[in-house]
Design a protein around this ligand. Structure first.
Ligand SMILES: CC(C)(COP(=O)(O)OP(=O)(O)OC[C@H]1O[C@@H](n2cnc3c(N)ncnc32)[C@H](O)[C@@H]1OP(=O)(O)O)[C@@H](O)C(=O)NCCC(=O)NCCS
Length: 184
């Protein structure tokens, strides 16, 4: 596997990046990229010069996954968005490698914090269907994975749950905010 700038790849690979978003988020967050036009727009935005977009390719040049980074707070904070690994290649360390690569690049540009939002739209965690008010922190403390929600992946990469956005995707469907210090 090698990691490359998505910006420097041919159109075919960028199209594959859009297809991967639609395919991989279908069961997880159906509202995220419901179709190819929406996913193509996301890829286009990720390629803006102030952002970071990195792709994992295999020896044949096939796209295995990709990650985006968006500068915020004058570049001190970077949002990890999006992150996707092809279903057939998950659980082989590709996601972790993409995150580590983005961390290093965001830190080199002055980033102190990397964060990601990870929705629970499909009842994968203890937050599903719960009224998170008024003591939101209690739900963070007691957060449990029920059916393979990616927040566990982020924890394995050193992130902590830094907040919740109640009802972000409808009543009882929150967004989970994860953050990590990336200074070297
Ligand atoms: C989440 C995702 C990016 C992880 O990528 P990946 O290449 O499969 O992850 P890795 O193989 O690098 O995993 C790193 C560690 O996290 C663990 N992990 C990965 N996904 C996990 C999950 N859903 N639940 C629990 N643990 C998980 C791995 O087992 C591994 O643990 P280990 O170090 O103890 O062996 C990938 O599953 C994916 O693209 N999913 C669909 C889209 C998505 O959820 N994107 C992120 C949403 S915000």
């Amino acid at each position: 596997m090698r990691l490359v700038d998505l910006n420097e790849q041919p159109d075919l690979l960028r199209e594959a990046a859009a297809e991967l978003l639609v395919e991989s988020f279908r069961g997880l967050a159906p509202r995220a990229w419901p179709d190819l036009p929406a996913a193509r727009e996301e890829v286009g935005q990720a390629l803006a010069p102030d952002k970071i977009a990195r792709a994992a390719l295999n020896a044949e040049g096939t796209l295995l996954g990709w990650i985006g980074g968006i500068p915020q707070y004058g570049g001190k904070v970077w949002e990890l968005h999006p992150l996707v690994v092809a279903p057939a290649h998950q659980r082989r360390g590709i996601g972790r490698a993409l995150v580590a690569d983005l961390e290093a690049r965001a830190a080199a540009r002055g980033g102190l914090t990397l964060w990601a939002g990870s929705d629970d739209e499909t009842g994968l965690t203890s937050l599903a269907g719960a009224d998170l008010y008024p003591e939101v922190w209690r739900h963070i403390r007691d957060l449990r994975d029920l059916r393979g929600h990616p927040f566990r992946f982020y924890e394995k990469c050193g992130f902590v749950v830094a907040g919740l956005m109640p009802d972000a995707n409808g009543l009882g469907k929150p967004d989970i905010y994860l953050a990590k210090r990336i200074t070297q």
